[in-house]
Design a protein around this ligand. Structure first.
Ligand code: CAA
Length: 380
């Protein structure tokens, strides 16, 4: 793996950093407090090409590599993980899924507006009774000849109310188990589709997470992604890349907290000297920096494998597992370094600590990553 970033990759990172510091940072505390989706900021991210980063320019994307995507995700997540989860789902679940497995017609109709930032997408797999056990889909898509009749409920859907295009995973033939599942493109205005309650969450409070209900929604056959029965594999393949995005998000949350902790430790004095000069704080910062660098290397490795066209399933699960554990542990330490100031909103680290928790849960819990990793190493 080449550890030197190219000029282009550095320019993408700097552009994302500028946007995060100058546009996202000023209102982030208020958006978190009010649970307000960063609609205007996401629109601007789209105009800058950050919503379809890896999509071919012929389909409205920026044609960048996955390493650039990781660098941008880290910078945006240092400041606003609610904006970065919207960006991650749109880029690595929805746009990737359509670019890789969609038909030419599906790409023209759905991918172009999503990749160019005119519309937002959502990925709908989780259900009230099917989270980690994703093959147990209760949502049904009954084959009616020229269309599917979609019925069921999806839970915890990121971009639930801000999206226009929804990739919905549903069971068509229960007797075939995971081989009877399909992935369908559902449009917001299809009759029978209802957006339910917004979740009141611990963290990523600016991200709009909703329950979605489908009652006799007629989805045309041409909206199915891939062959009949491809839906589960579609979800797994797409989530493999999604996990690179969430690893990068966790990395950004952790490195954002570290930057704040370092700055604070140089300003704050106790017992006659800056607190970083106390070994108790210096050693915390050393552990933080080392673990964050290890998380960064795992995340960049999984991105580099994807860019090289190699298998990245194991690498992305390792990156997501490790980076999310580091984010949780080290944001707690960043709050500790700040003392009482760390517990109040003005200092940003308490939000990063709350935001970190979800990275251990969504796009496959830490326990799911350990299933993927243990199966892979045991089969080697
Ligand atoms: N690529 C291609 N195929 C894959 C695959 C992959 N990465 N992983 C599994 N498969 C295939 C298997 O080969 C198998 O196919 P065959 O029978 O033809 O060989 C089939 O899929 C079933 O696989 P498993 O037997 O491994 O399935 P399992 O029931 O044991 O489950 C699991 C495996 C890893 C636990 C999986 O269910 C899983 O990943 N669960 C977590 C789901 C998840 O991440 N949910 C997150 C929700 S989305 C979200 O959070 C988005 C958001 O809004 C932020």
């Amino acid at each position: 793996m080449n550890l030197n970033l190219t000029e282009e990759q550095l320019a993408v990172r700097d552009a994302a950093r500028d946007f995060a510091q100058n546009v996202l940072k000023p209102g982030v505390i208020e958006r978190d407090r009010d649970q307000r989706f960063p609609a205007d900021e996401i629109r601007q991210l789209g105009e800058l090409g950050f919503m379809g980063m890896m999509v071919d320019p012929q389909y409205g994307g920026s044609g960048m590599d996955t390493v650039s995507y990781v660098l941008a995700m880290e910078e945006i997540s240092k400041v606003d993980a609610s904006a970065s989860v919207c960006m991650s789902v749109n880029n690595s679940l929805v746009c990737y899924g359509l670019q890789e497995f969609g038909t030419e017609e599906q790409k023209q109709k759905f991918l172009v507006p999503l990749a160019s930032g005119q519309k937002i997408g959502a990925f709908c797999l989780s259900e009230p009774e099917a989270g980690s056990d994703a093959t147990s889909q209760r949502t049904t898509a009954v084959d009616m000849g020229d269309h599917y009749l979609l019925n069921g409920t999806k839970n915890w859907i990121t971009n639930g109310n801000s999206a226009s295009t929804y990739l919905v995973i549903a069971q068509t033939d229960p007797e075939k188990g995971h081989r009877g599942i399909n992935a369908l493109i559902v449009e917001r205005d299809m009759p029978g589709f209802q957006i339910g309650a917004k979740e009141d969450k611990l963290g990523i409070r600016g991200s709009d997470t909703h329950t979605l209900m489908f009652q006799d929604v007629k989805v045309p056959k041409e909206n199915r992604i891939g062959e009949d029965g491809f839906g589960f594999k579609f979800a797994m393949k797409t989530l493999s890349g999604g996990r690179i995005g969430i690893a990068a998000q966790a990395l950004g949350i952790a490195s954002g907290a570290m930057e704040l902790a370092i700055a604070y430790s140089k300003e704050r004095k106790a017992f006659g000297k800056e607190i970083h000069k106390h070994q108790a704080i210096g050693f915390k910062l050393a552990d933080m920096a080392t673990q964050i660098e290890a998380a960064r290397l795992l995340t960049l490795k999984s991105a580099a494998l994807k860019d090289a066209g190699e298998n990245y399933d194991l690498a992305s699960s390792m990156a997501k597992l490790y980076a999310s554990e580091v984010a949780m542990k080290q944001t707690v330490e960043a709050v500790q370094i700040h003392g009482g100031y760390g517990y109040v909103k003005e200092y940003h680290v308490e939000r990063l600590m709350r935001d970190a928790k979800i990275t251990q849960i969504y796009e496959g819990t830490s326990e799911v990553q350990k299933i993927v990793i243990s199966r892979a190493v045991l089969s080697e």
